[in-house]
Design a protein around this ligand. Structure first.
Ligand code: ATP
Ligand code: MG
Length: 262
């Protein structure tokens, strides 16, 4: 069977159209247009302050734009119908940069919480699901540990287990490997790719870790903080060779114009 790509059906996946991000009169990014194909990893790149987290927050409806639209398999998260909205929200998993595990709950209780809140599963089923999700992220049997007893990398993976607790179709990650050592970061990248393939997830990740960008991205966008729009879109392996100068410099870790004055 042919690989499903965004071209097979333009309504499939996550579609961002003519989106403008602004705080009051200050435009952060404008004219954003891209599609995240099903079962793929899409990376949002750009220098600090260009608007990556702001874009992510808009995509999961923590903030609303005045201009543009975001569609998940053709459906708007901003629908007026609260039931449709809630149903779509359930298909979205999020791992914030700070992980934000509940520190007073065990790892198992953290992962169980979305299941208790959003499903009618019985305690035994929840226990099985929690065990399954923890094993997927390499934390089998760690249910009873407190978050404070885990290393930074383990906390990220526990956060990931919680983000996929409800079997989402779309997974949003804000700098998942920031602050991790290179080996742990590599393992997390491998895990993200395994989740993409095993669960057919569409992953939208903000990262400026170069090794991560090159290992996980099927597609990417570069948000430029000077022109306030995306100046490049595509496979980073391609962009590093043929992209605009600023994007090549970013992907090669060369000093860029914005830093030259510093
Ligand atoms: N709530 C807010 N009110 C006003 N301005 C904001 C708000 N949140 C972010 N901004 C501004 O929007 C711009 C983009 O911020 P954002 O956090 O999206 O950047 P980023 O690309 O995620 O940066 P980093 O890589 O440092 O995380 C910044 O200039 C920031 O000051
Ligand atoms: Mg950010």
């Amino acid at each position: 069977m042919a690989k499903l790509s965004s071209n097979d059906n333009p309504e499939q996946g996550v579609v961002v159209r003519d989106l403008q991000l602004a705080f009051g009169d200050t435009v952060v990014q404008k004219d954003l247009n891209f599609t995240v194909a099903p079962a793929s990893v899409f990376v949002i790149m750009g220098v600090s302050g260009c608007g990556k987290s702001t874009l992510l927050r808009h995509m999961i409806d923590l903030a609303r734009a005045d201009q543009g639209e975001i569609l998940f398999d053709g459906q708007r998260l901003t629908s007026d119908d609260p039931r449709a909205r809630a149903a779509l929200q359930r298909r979205i998993g999020v791992l914030f940069q700070s992980t934000a595990l509940w520190s007073s709950m065990t790892v198992g209780e953290n992962v169980a919480l979305p299941l208790q809140l959003h499903t009618a599963m019985r305690p035994a089923e929840i226990r099985d699901q929690v065990a399954f999700k923890l094993s997927l992220v390499g934390l089998a049997g760690q249910e009873q540990r407190m978050p404070s007893e885990l290393s930074g990398g383990m906390q990220k993976r526990a956060g990931l287990a919680r983000a996929i607790a409800l079997d989402p179709d779309y997974l949003f990650l804000d700098e998942p490997s920031a602050g991790l050592d290179p080996i742990t970061s590599q393992r997390l990248d491998a895990l993200i790719l395994r989740l993409r393939d095993a669960l057919k997830l569409s992953v939208i990740a903000v990262t400026h870790e170069l090794p991560s960008i090159f290992s996980i991205a099927d597609d990417s966008i570069y948000l430029d903080n000077q022109s306030k729009t995306a100046i490049a879109h595509g496979d980073p392996h391609e962009l590093v060779r043929n992209g605009p100068d600023r994007v090549q410099a970013f992907l090669k870790r060369e000093p860029i114009e914005a830093d030259a004055d510093a």
